[in-house]
Each structure stands twice: as C-alpha cells, then as structure tokens.
Design a protein. Structure first.
Length: 400
C-alpha cells in the first residue's frame, strides 16, 4: 500500500483553465494527460468556475483575455503555458499558424475558379486578422481581386440572426459582384453569415462560396448549408500545449517563440462544393450535375431544371467551363469510380452502380477511352488516382 501511495504521489497534477471549452483543444490535452500519467483537473470546462482550492504542479491557461483567469494563474506561481498572446502575462504558447490558415482557404477558393475573393470579419477577434493577411497575400499573388467584408462598427453579437444586423452586407456584395468566394474568420462567424446570405436570396455556393476555419463539426455539419472549413489541427494544438508544459515542469527551457501549428487541408462541404461560374444558367447546370451524377441523369434532365433552351444551355456551359455537360458528367463519374477502385474492394458492377454508370460495360468503355485501361486492370495494376481537376466533395471523398 505504501509503495502504491508513493507512486501515485509522483503523478503530476495539472490544471486546465479555460474561458470557454473548445472540444478539440480539450481532447488534445486529455490525450497527452493520459500518455504522461497526469492527474488533470478540467472541471472548469464543465462548471465555468475557477477551482480556487486547486494546488497544481502546472497550468494550461486558455484565458481568452479573462482577467480573473489571468490573475489566478499568476497567483499560483507554477509553470504555465497558454494560447493567446497577452502582454499582461506573457506565457510560452501554442497557437494556430494564422497566416497559413488564411492562405490555405484562399487557395481552396482559387482552385474553384473564383476571381474575386474576400475576407469577412466582424471586429470581434482582432488577433485572428493574421488570417486575413495570409488570405489577402495569396489572392494578390495570384493576380486576383481582393475585397474586405466588414461592418463599419462591431455588431452587438457575432452570432447575429438574419435581419437588419446584416444590412451592411448587401451593399458590399453588390460592389464585389458574384460569384465571389469569402473566407469568414472562423466557423462561428461562417454559420450566421450563411444564414444571412440564404435569407437574402443568395445561393450558396453558386453566388457566394463560404469557407470557415477550425473545422468544428458541431458547427459545420448542422448549418443551413454545411460549411467547408480549414482543418487547423486544433486537437494537435491542445496536445502540443500539454507537451510543452510537461517539458517546462521537467526544467527544460522552451524559449519565448510561439509554437505555431500549420493547418492540414480544407474539409469540403456544401458551402464551397461548386466551381465559380459567371453565367447563372451554366452555374445551375453544373450544380445539378454535381448533385445528381450518381443517378441515371440525362442532358434533358439538366435542361428541364433551367428556363432556357437546350442549345443555349449547351453553348453557355461550353463557354464557361470549356467542356460539354456530358463531358462533365463523365469526368466526375470517372473520378468517383477511380477512388472506389483504389480505396475499396467493391465489385466492379457495384463500383459502376455507385458512380452513376448504367452498367459495368459502360464503366469499362469509359475507362478505356479516358484512361487507356479497364477498371479491373486499373485496380490490380495499382494505378495512381488520376488528376481530373476540381471535383465535388462526394467524388473526392468516395471510398474514404
């Protein structure tokens, strides 16, 4: 019993203070705590109250500029790491690579053909304007048009419901023109932005494509239009903050520089799942194809969804995209099939069916025509997935 008690006493006690709980950061901290054998006090995540009687060996401090959390951390006088940059209490810190987050979002929209791109902020998180800097630099380096979207004054809430709180947006969108690609500061702002756009009659993503950041599924997946978002590796930020604290508690000097975690990729959802097409009829036709290519659609089905003639639609589509509607259907079906063949063991007739081909023979002939090999040889030969251009998310992620 005494040996067991001595062993338990050697476990470090760490306190996690947070002004509000970000689930992914919390998960990263907990993952490291398990590995290190810490006793982690994370009660503030659930109660919102500072545990005044805590006597930790170290503190992970997500104060979000809350003076009470700052004062308590200072009073404890133990090793601490943080996330925010605050001159009142400089701490070793781990945070997003903000400029890289913005640059990645810009590249995502540029790849989808946007020529006008903007960054939307509401003056709530000035420390995240580095995202705007990275976004703007990427746009201007590509020789494209950058637009700043922001109200003149900070609104009452960054979760403002559709209505008068968004009146400023109409004039700025009219000046920018559509289609336009917009990065919102983060997912929490992207969500009410999309609500406001839909309420005002804008089509998302055909008129306005929106990308957020931090990829919080609790926000992105339940929005009126699901939100494409930069995966900022938020869980890794929590993990690395905990690891940094462990090093400090072991007597290691970590230096004053912020450890910045680079984003990984953009998770494409409906809010950017389109190409920027100026003509609304061609844009609608493309949207129809991307939503229905796995179904037995015909050109007549697409024509029936617009208010112009078949010949006119075919002309506009070819002018805008450089390929016919049938070529677009074949392109995305082939891309979908390639991913299923590479990533799954599905039988070829099932691959054909799930990719929108009428028969496995139709799939075989398409592969021979486009890829110069059959689907069976493609799978067994370990062919790399061909680059067929920007795809709908359903095709890009097929079989994943």
């Amino acid at each position: 019993m005494q040996a067991h008690s001595a062993k338990a006493a050697k476990r470090r006690r760490v306190l996690y203070l947070t002004a509000w709980n970000v689930q992914a950061i919390h998960e990263g901290i907990v993952a490291y705590a398990h590995e290190a054998g810490w006793i982690l006090n994370n009660a503030m995540c659930f109660s919102g109250l500072i545990p005044e009687d805590a006597q930790p060996d170290g503190v992970i401090c997500r104060h979000a500029y809350n003076p009470a959390i700052l004062a308590f951390t200072r009073r404890l006088g133990v090793p601490a790491v943080g996330f925010e940059e605050d001159p009142r209490m400089p701490l070793p810190r781990v945070y997003y690579d903000e400029e890289a987050v913005g640059a990645l979002a810009a590249r995502h929209l540029i790849q989808r053909g946007h020529k006008t791109l903007g960054f939307l902020h509401l003056h709530f998180t000035p420390y995240q304007l580095l995202r705007r800097d990275g976004f703007r630099r990427e746009v201007e380096q590509a020789g494209l048009r950058y637009v700043d979207f922001a109200p003149q004054t900070k609104p009452d809430s960054w979760h403002a419901a559709p209505g008068p709180a968004w009146d400023w947006l109409d004039a700025q969108l009219q000046q920018a023109g559509t289609p336009v690609g917009i990065m919102a500061t983060n997912d929490q702002i992207a969500r009410p932005l999309i609500d406001a756009l839909v309420e005002r009659g804008y089509r998302v993503p055909e008129d306005v494509a929106v990308v957020g950041a931090e990829n919080d599924p609790l926000v992105c997946d339940i929005a009126a239009v699901s939100i494409s978002s930069v995966d900022t590796r938020t869980r890794q930020i929590g993990y690395e903050a905990a690891r940094m604290l462990d090093r400090i508690m072991s007597g290691e000097a970590v230096g004053a520089a912020t450890l910045r975690i680079a984003p990984s990729h953009v998770v494409t959802r409906d809010s950017t799942d389109a190409l920027a097409v100026a003509n609304p009829h061609a844009a609608h036709a493309l949207h129809f194809i991307w939503r229905h290519y796995r179904e037995p659609i015909r050109i007549d089905d697409i024509v029936g969804s617009v208010s112009i003639t078949r010949r006119r639609l075919q002309t506009l589509f070819l002018q805008e995209l450089g390929r016919t509607m049938q070529e677009e259907i074949t392109r995305v079906r082939t891309a979908h099939a390639c991913r299923l063949l590479s990533r799954t063991a599905l039988k070829i007739n099932i691959v054909a069916q799930q990719s929108g081909f009428s028969t496995s023979l139709h799939l075989h002939r398409t592969f021979q025509n486009l890829l110069k090999t059959g689907p069976k040889a493609f799978r067994e030969g370990g062919f790399p997935i061909p680059d067929l251009g920007v795809l709908p998310a359903s095709a890009e992620n097929a079989g994943a």
